[in-house]
Design a protein around this ligand. Sequence first.
Ligand SMILES: Nc1ncnc2c1ncn2[C@@H]1O[C@H](COP(=O)(O)OP(=O)(O)OP(=O)(O)O)[C@@H](O)[C@H]1O
Ligand SMILES: [Mg+2]
Length: 326
Amino acid sequence: MSALLDVRGLDLSLPSYDGERPILRQVTFSIGAGESLGLVGESGSGKSMTVRSIAGLLPRGARVGGSIVFDGTELAGCSAAVRRASRSRMALVFQDPRAHINPVRSIGDFLTEALRLNRKVPRREAEARALRVLDDVGVSDPARRLRQYPHELSGGLLQRVMIASALLVEPELLLADEPTTALDVTTQADVMAIIDDLRRDLGLALLFITHDLDLAAAVCDRTAVMYAGEVIEVQPAEELHEHPEHPYTQALTAARPSLTGTSPRLPVTPGRPIAAFQVAGGCPFEPRCAFATDRCREERPSLHEHGHGVVACHHAGALDRGPVRA
Ligand SMILES: Nc1ncnc2c1ncn2[C@@H]1O[C@H](COP(=O)(O)OP(=O)(O)OP(=O)(O)O)[C@@H](O)[C@H]1O
Ligand SMILES: [Mg+2]
């Protein structure tokens, strides 16, 4: 079966003061219809830029290479008309709802605009649909909310409105970029439960970006890990959680705090994360990797099948023999 979204060898460069900078390198993953994929990685690893590339929301001067195929249509370098058609089948939810909503327009106008202008749905019907979807995402007194303005709503409520607006266009793919990071813990759980329920009920495919490996494992079928602008491992979510293959994924999973753990300190990976433009010829994780060899310094590992998924490490499968370098 072909995937709903197939990202292959996606490269992205952005202009900077000293020329063009690589941001993404050879990013590769796919999402089947109705499947959920978690995208994890530290700050600056390229998660949001990956989503922006898929949605066609890149900064001016961006250069994209490789391929982004959505339901059989190539989106990399596509025309504005193809982009519009594909965008109407995907929806985005961002980390900070307040940054993505016009503060001087009512919630009702915000929710119904796309339906009225793009789909030519009459105002009354658009409002009726908005009321239904607000109810679906657990917003109380939806009729009153339609007349309110963004500043009158809490962050959690506004994020529900954003999810409602994403669902109004009846998308097939939901791109959620850290949708709960800015919310308090109980609201986070509520919003996450709404996304998860709707995804199952409506059969939506989901690309879910998070820093939280445990959350990715709870919500997603598979998890992809990014490091320095590359996808370095993709596995079934539970498998990645329990048996990470790449040394970076192993470091990430080892650094999770545990409520039952007895270790007084969490292990720390030496060195600092690097950006894609700082990567030399070899493996991006080589400077911090306890298993690195000369081959890792010289030759960039590409994603290859391993275990139940793919991993970009020359030594995948042999790491339980212990560190090669002192
Ligand atoms: N508008 C921009 N122009 C140039 N470079 C950018 C721009 N936005 C982001 N970058 C750079 O692109 C790289 C990837 O950024 P991105 O926002 O995708 O990271 P991220 O994984 O989403 O991080 P976070 O977890 O902090 O959201 C970073 O090195 C960042 O500095
Ligand atoms: Mg981001």
